[in-house]
Design a protein around this ligand. Structure first.
Ligand code: HEC
Length: 407
């Protein structure tokens, strides 16, 4: 029953997390597009009012005419009813943290730790995982403060953040189960994004508004800093999302150089994002969109496809498979494997994800999922804690492919 309710909690938090993330990333993408699509206002009236850029859009049966005032409208005081965007970000972070806690921290022994990677106590692994989130933010923030305002600041910050992400990915993959490491690096960047909103972007905007309402001229540093941080956020979005999705693909995070796989995936995401960010500006200025960044990103992905391809079966394996095809695996053989490799976590008492495998009927009922999890995705046994062999996975494959017979 507990496991069942836990699964509901997991589902509801995940649902909320995906919905809030869509709202956040959606509004972030929208404002990046809007900002980069602005052109100089056509009418003198708008310019005299202090409008710096305008964009016309058509959507949902009407036309929208957005105006951007670089500092503030000159022709009127700030409206009381000002639309803010920050709960999208905070609620994404809060639901994400809750989901991380329910899945990874409550089950640190099986989810965070892979003893073949690093053998430590659940408590230590939990503290270390939380430290990743905090330390990454502190280092990133220090980088931005130190170099952000200098000449060529954007380049220096960009390179330093890249080094930080590579180092964190490498370290996470030396300490945590591959799946947890990938997720953690994603969570680390996502925490940085939310912290940017919470500690800099929104407080900066509040200061500007307070100064305007007090009749002072606002300090432009807040605008510059807010803009810089939100540009960083936009480059983090695709890397964060792919790190989160990687959880479903065991072959991504279980290899020896998994940290490099993660870095390349995220790099491809940032490159592809760049083409989309720059595309609008290029369009307004009548230039060609810089698609070469997206092309390089796609080439990186293709290189990953080739790199991670499973090796072709050896001659012996082929012969064995041919022999096995004639003699499909029996239930008794599969039963022995399941009892040895799966039963600890999927039995009458413990039923991870509501999956129990201790009777022939249950094994039959879950045959498709067993095949998918063990043979195709290689997600089970979790972190291969029970050390299933390739031959045993092949056995399950043959049993399933020949009809998953049970007595
Ligand atoms: C150390 C504990 C452990 C072992 C051993 C283990 N599992 Fe799991 N299993 C889990 C956990 C935890 C989940 C839930 C994973 C999640 O939520 O992503 C799970 C989920 C599953 C699911 C459901 C997946 C889904 O997303 O619907 C199947 C099917 C499954 N396991 C099959 C197996 C099989 C088959 C084996 C043996 C080859 C096995 N498991 C070994 C812990 C384990």
């Amino acid at each position: 029953m507990d496991a069942y309710l836990f699964d509901w909690l997991n589902l509801l938090l995940r649902w909320a997390h995906v919905v809030t993330a869509i709202a956040w990333i959606g509004s972030s993408f929208y404002f990046v597009m809007l900002d980069n699509s602005l052109s100089r206002p056509e009418s003198d009236e708008l310019r005299s009012k202090g409008v710096d850029g305008e964009m016309w859009a058509v959507h949902g049966g009407g036309f929208y005419h957005s105006n951007k005032y670089m500092v503030a409208p000159r022709w009127r005081s700030l409206p009381e009813n000002l639309h803010w965007s920050y709960w999208e970000s905070y609620s994404t972070w809060l639901t994400g943290m809750a989901l991380f806690t329910v899945m990874y921290l409550f089950n640190a022994g099986s989810f965070l730790i892979d003893k073949t990677v690093f053998d430590w106590s659940p408590a230590a692994a939990i503290v270390a995982s939380l430290a990743f989130l905090v330390v990454c933010w502190l280092v990133y923030d220090a980088i931005c403060r130190l170099f952000g305002e200098r000449e060529h600041g954007d380049i220096i910050v960009g390179v330093a953040v890249l080094v930080l992400v590579v180092a964190a990915s490498w370290l996470a993959c030396q300490l945590f189960a591959g799946r947890a490491a990938f997720l953690l690096v994603g969570a680390m960047l996502a925490t940085t994004m939310s912290a940017n909103v919470f500690f800099w972007i929104i407080p900066g905007q509040r200061k500007v508004i307070a100064q305007l309402r007090a009749g002072q001229s606002p300090d432009p540093v807040h605008g510059r800093r807010g803009k810089q941080r939100s540009v960083h956020n936009t480059y983090f979005t695709l890397p964060v999302i792919v790190a989160m999705l990687s959880n479903h693909y065991g072959w991504l995070y279980s290899g020896e150089h998994n940290w490099l796989v993660l870095v390349l995936l995220m790099l491809a995401g940032a490159l592809i994002r760049h083409s989309f960010v720059a595309r609008h500006k290029a369009h307004v200025q009548g230039r060609r969109a810089p698609w070469e960044h997206a092309v390089v990103g796609t080439a990186v992905l293709l290189a990953l496809v080739v790199w991670l391809a499973p090796p072709p079966p050896s001659a012996e394996a082929k012969a064995a498979a041919a022999a096995a095809a004639v003699a499909p695996a029996s239930y008794a053989e599969v039963r022995a494997v399941v009892d040895q490799r799966c039963a600890v976590c999927h039995n009458a008492a413990v039923q991870q994800k509501n999956v129990a495998l201790h009777t022939p009927e249950l094994l039959k009922q879950h045959a498709q999922a067993v095949y998918q999890q063990t043979v195709v995705l290689k997600q089970m046994p979790l972190n291969n804690s029970t050390q299933i062999t390739d031959a045993e996975r092949a056995l399950i494959r043959r049993w399933f492919e020949s009809g998953a017979a049970v007595p």
